[in-house]
Design a protein around this ligand. Structure first.
Ligand code: TYM
Length: 330
């Protein structure tokens, strides 16, 4: 079975609809066909300041959400990134291969650091994509399911793997991004030209928020001029985004939806989509609460996941260290 690795940051109380449709849905389905490794990337989270208590809660809540979405610990190694120290160890090696300019060209870094004064931008934020590359390469992953915003980090990952291989001999597998075109970028409901992201509250559907609130956000989503329900991301980004979300959640093709809503108004579309969304999040939230109620069980799942992950990760690290010329540690 080809191998898959992906990660998600525990930087909010809830995942949002963009995380789910862009990436997590694929995490779930890939379990049927691939050997899967999924982690909650707490090391990445501390590239910006985190309150320790909140971070701990969000890390558990992230794992609970992944389980509730259908990540199956019997088939997947589900773990917390900091439990597998090999990620950080490989990251150092890759940092010594990555160019300063190369890292500086990462657009996520440029975006995130532009909002802060230079001394508030941590060195960790700068090396963030290199740690991400280590997350992936330490498992020799073939595929990495992510949203469009991670494409550049995947390109860096491939370059670092290839650079390592050309310097030290074939060792690391260069992974392919697994990006589902239709849902690769879910847009903000209030600003449908911007990516849905946790830093923009009004237009973001959080999977753990009150479903009534989500329904309201859908109903008050910014739509476009005209009144026809057509899929045209260029001239009708708002309606098109709603159609993409509706299609993904209902399993009905976008063309089927536009046919079904021919002659109807934006209000009808929003009302029905709100219902589909609520039907999805209500049972999800119950499941999340169930997993969070049994903390001992949750921690056990994560410990087992980390153990399985370490088996693979430690093997890769040993080979990498050997190729570099480090002495074996006794
Ligand atoms: P993160 O935690 O920001 O987001 C998790 C996943 O959600 C996707 N995503 C979206 N997809 C579509 N539309 C959106 N509006 C949207 N917003 C977020 C992201 O593309 C991502 O797949 N750097 C990563 C975490 C990471 C990682 C890794 C991923 C660390 N190590 C190794 C893959 C492999 C990140 O910040 O994702």
């Amino acid at each position: 079975r080809p191998r898959v690795l992906s990660g998600i940051q525990p930087t909010a109380d809830s995942f949002h609809l963009g995380n789910y449709l862009g990436a997590l849905r694929q995490w779930v389905s890939l379990q049927d066909t691939h050997e899967t490794f999924y982690c909650v990337v707490d090391l990445h989270a501390i590239t910006i300041e985190q309150d320790p208590k909140v971070l701990r809660e969000r890390t558990r809540a992230s794992a609970a959400q992944l389980l509730a979405l259908g990540i199956d610990p019997a088939r997947t190694a589900l773990f917390v990134q900091s439990h597998v120290p090999e990620h950080t160890q490989l990251s150092w090696v890759l940092e010594c291969l990555a160019g300063f300019g190369e890292a500086g060209r990462m657009t996520q870094f440029k975006d995130k650091s532009a909002r802060q004064s230079e001394d508030h931008v941590s060195v960790g934020l700068f090396t963030y994509p290199v740690l991400q590359a280590a997350d992936i390469l330490i498992y020799q992953a073939d595929q990495v399911p992510v949203g469009e915003d991670q494409r550049q980090h995947l390109e860096l990952t491939r370059n670092l793997a290839q650079r390592f291989n050309s310097r030290y001999g074939k060792t690391l597998r260069a992974p392919e991004p697994f990006i589902v075109k239709d849902t690769a970028k879910i847009f903000d409901l209030q600003d449908p030209t911007a990516k849905m992201s946790k830093s923009v509250p009004g237009g973001v559907i959080e999977l753990r928020e009150d479903p009534k609130r989500s329904a309201k956000k859908i109903r008050s989503a910014v739509t476009d001029t005209g009144r026809e329900i057509v899929y045209d991301p260029e001239s009708k980004p708002g309606v098109s985004n709603l159609l993409v979300i509706y299609s993904a959640l209902s399993g009905r093709a976008v063309e089927e939806l536009t046919t079904a809503y021919a002659g109807k108004g934006y209000g009808d579309l929003k009302k029905d989509l709100a219902e589909v969304l609520v039907d999805f999040v209500v049972p999800f939230q119950q499941q999340v609460d169930g997993y969070l109620d049994d903390r001992a069980e949750l921690d056990k799942i994560l410990a087992t996941g980390a153990e399985r992950a370490r088996e693979v990760a430690s093997k890769t690290l040993r080979t990498v260290y050997d190729r570099i010329g480090f002495l074996p540690a006794g």
